[in-house]
Write a protein that binds this ligand. Structure first.
Ligand code: SF4
Ligand code: SF4
Length: 95
């Protein structure tokens, strides 16, 4: 069976620097950047390549700024994306 690994993409312009995702990540993969986005918030960056694709960071992010992928040696599949966070919240988790 192919080994599963996670990965995330952070939309830094949506991030408000609340750090909820840092607290939610048991892998300690995330940290606050030393730079600010266009709105003046210190945004989040990935500091370790040890993501398991657990989706916790995306689920706690109030801004819907994180998209999580799970990938194997052969594929990269989106498993969680939260959209329309200020209106009707949509959570999609594919197993
Ligand atoms: S998906 Fe899980 S392991 Fe990966 S960065 Fe988010 S909280 Fe951490
Ligand atoms: S939870 Fe979302 S808004 Fe808060 S710091 Fe993380 S990415 Fe930014």
């Amino acid at each position: 069976m192919a080994k599963v690994k996670g990965d995330i993409i952070i939309d830094i312009e949506k991030c408000k620097g609340c750090e909820l995702c840092i607290e939610a990540c048991s892998q300690k993969s995330l940290e606050t950047s030393r730079q600010v986005n266009q709105k003046g918030y210190l945004y989040i960056v990935k500091i370790e390549d040890n993501c398991t694709g657990c989706t916790n960071c995306a689920l706690v992010c109030p801004e819907g700024a994180i998209t999580v992928y799970r990938k194997t040696d052969k594929s990269k599949k989106q498993v969680a994306k939260i959209t329309n966070i200020t209106k009707d919240t949509t959570v999609t988790v594919n197993e």
